[in-house]
Design a protein around this ligand. Structure first.
Ligand SMILES: [Zn+2]
Length: 272
């Protein structure tokens, strides 16, 4: 395929044996197919506006230093804090599956690769509690082809356009446990998630809302179905309207928190 650039990477591993003079050089060759195309950032910046789950600690940036030093150079540094699950982030399987992978354990194969987009924004524009159905998935397949093995699926509900207006995007601008009942945004239906797990072979799934389960979910059946099968989810994904239905790749690399249930995610599309 012409969009693939076959690049040959030559790794030269050099090390010394007992005597420093006896330098031994080992050459390892790896062939890497790297997709070429237009880069599209699917990540929201982290700031005071970043949307977090109503019960989660929000993002904070604390200035440590900013300005000219006495020694004549400029210096800036900050401390940051916030919940794993906020803004553009990943849910690691262990978020909803006791024996699932933690964020540091997710194989890179699940985070990088070919992707498709399924657009349900017309239906979701009329119903903030819309759940993407098996019918929607099969409708995409009827138009295109069977969801390719190893795909990352992105679900476009159109809610990205409302970000970061909490009233519009979450259904409430209140915070705390009392606000959970007022959450209204689309998600993937648990039955459709089970169908993907059982009938298709996907590497990850993402959505342009705060959660892969819809806002009114009580038992998070979609999270459970996906994460029990070690399929991670990307949430609050930006700019999905800029993507085609297929023929693009995703690179989605989260902060590698040891044992973490998720974390901030930098997600990028490469469109042919
Ligand atoms: Zn999450």
């Amino acid at each position: 395929m012409k969009y693939l650039l076959s690049s040959l990477i030559l790794l030269i591993v050099s090390f010394f044996s007992c005597s420093p003079k006896q330098e031994k050089v080992e050459k390892v060759e790896m062939e890497i197919d790297f997709p070429m195309g237009k880069l599209i950032d699917l990540t929201y910046e982290f700031s005071e506006e970043t949307v977090y789950w109503v019960t989660s600690k929000e993002f904070e940036l604390e200035e440590v230093a900013k300005g000219q030093t006495e020694k004549g150079y400029f210096y800036s540094a900050y401390n940051f804090s916030g919940a794993e699950h906020g803004g553009t982030h990943i849910d690691a399987p262990i978020h909803f599956a006791e024996n699932g992978q933690s964020v540091d354990e997710i194989p890179l194969e699940n985070l990088m690769g070919k992707a498709i987009k399924i657009d349900v924004s017309e239906k979701a524009s009329q119903n903030p509690d819309y759940q993407v159905s098996q019918f929607d998935l099969e409708f995409w397949e009827a138009e295109h082809d069977q969801i390719p093995d190893g795909s990352i699926i992105l679900l476009q509900t159109g809610f990205g356009k409302k970000y970061p207006d909490k009233m519009e995007y979450l259904g409430t601008d209140q915070r705390g446990p009392e606000a959970v009942k007022d959450l209204h945004f689309p998600g993937l239906a648990p039955d459709a998630a089970k169908w993907l797990v059982e009938e298709r072979n996907i590497h990850a799934i993402g959505i342009d809302t705060p959660s892969i389960d819809y806002g009114q979910s009580q038992n998070f059946g979609t999270h459970v179905a996906l994460m029990t099968a070690n399929i991670p989810a990307f949430e609050n994904v930006a700019n999905l309207e800029k993507l085609p239905a297929k023929d693009f790749h995703i690179i989605a690399l989260p902060m590698k928190i040891k044992g973490g249930s998720g974390g901030p995610l930098r997600i990028v599309a490469i469109v042919e």
